[in-house]
Design a binder for this molecule. Sequence first.
Ligand code: GAP
Length: 541
Amino acid sequence: MVDMETVVSLCKRRGFIFQSSEIYGGLGSAWDYGPLGVEFKNNVKQLWWRDNVQLRDDMVGLDAAISMHPKVWEASGHVASFSDPFTGCLDCDRHYRADQIYEAVWNSRWFRALRKTLEGPAARKNEWSAVANWAQGEGKKLAPNFPLKDPKPSIESPTRYPFKGPEDSNFHTFLRALVHAGNSLGVLCPNCGGVKLSAPKPASLMVEIKLGPVELTATKTYLRPETAQGIFVNFDNVLQASRKKLPFGIAQIGKAFRNEITPGNFTFRTREFEQMEIEYFVIPGTDEEWHQRWIDERFAWYQKYGMRKENIRLREHTKDELAFYAKRCVDIEYLFPMGWSELEGIANRTDYDLKQHSTFSGKSLEYFDEETKQKLVPYVIEPSGGVDRSTLAFLIDAHHEEEVRGERRVVLRLHRELAPVKIAVLPLLKKRSEIVETANNICADLKKRWVAVYDDTASIGRLYRRQDEIGTPFCITVDVQTVGDGKTPGDEKVTIRDRDSMEQIRVSISNLETIMADLMEGRWAELVKVCPRQATSGSVA
Ligand code: GAP
């Protein structure tokens, strides 16, 4: 599995993702999508929209405003309880989510270093002196506030190492032993190793805004922390306008904002992000069946676009995790470099939201069931995914490094529908004007249907490598044979190279558009059987 630093570096170098406001030192909690990133992210959104809205008869779309009436957030429960437990270090002023503090320590720089010592031979002989030696050496720099003044922690048995992970109770005991009575959490600061962590208290995730130019009369509200509420408050509008019958759903893609305590892991957790949400309204009693159907469909969706089975899993929420109104919730998790983490949540939200908005607004949000001739409040199944997280997961999953004929090749094996550039047109010799002109003409034609680029800024081997690294599924090469050499007339054919197999076929320019359309449908294997193959040559050809 590729590490996050490699992904961040590739994203910056190739123009997928940049840090927000980088020239001013950057904003750690927001990211900008560059020329390739915006195409890639748009493809994720467009495929989600096509599959979940346009290809279904039971779904419609919506694009609600980001700013909503403040009462929406009272009704939804966000004002009262959309918060995370917060703790701060009095030594270094860093803030953490108290419920994720063990993971933060586990992944901290100083603990990763200390773990090596704990698992080494010196610790097997005498753990505490190994810890003390580490703290007086490497630890001084990595964890300057590590509690070494009174080194009497009660580390009892050497058999507890190695710790299995942040959840391992031996790991917790070890930290508590070091902390003594320094704080009620029983952990050290993930940044400085200090013991002065404040007692956890809730911190609201809501981002407050004031709408209106005059302070006194401005409306105090919030940037939406989820797109879902825009759907609930429009339930009746959509119902009346679309004449839909239950079961039916409303989908929305849009920005959401949360004052996350610890944004991080690149675009995984940010304060500004995009969601793709569906609220699927069903007759109570049919909700469990529909919930399972959506779990299966959404799980299959990621795999349809190439996410590897071994890197994606379902995780059932435990009773303690469930929101008080939810009947059941299942997360789709992806194996990110920092471990299994949520990609999408699929919840059965019951009739909670519609009833809350009905109570707070005074407007009925009931549905009249023609069959039973009765009014009812629908139950809601909510598949709620993150655009940025899906985009990141697809990118990580597609990243491969391999050796081809003694050379290193980095290739993004992105599904062709996700790839930001579909076709690169490359002239074999840029000195030959007929080759360049033909390549440019081909590219201009293909651009009418697909994202295509022309590139002549390096040797063909390098050009292929560049396209592999950004996941371009097909390269078209125009060579001397295409245009002729003055003595022999050209064959008016070009070479198409497949990114994954690196196989090449030779096809007529006149058939190119039809052939590319077939290839975009995934028919490379069929075409290879009927088109003449071209021998591959050169480096990473
Ligand atoms: N309406 C339900 C809801 O918002 P959620 O689990 O809080 O549920 C849904 O969010 C999805 O939104 C997550 O699975 C994740 O993909 C994405 N998401 C949530 N918070 C995020 C953040 N701070 N940064 C990036 N994506 C986030």
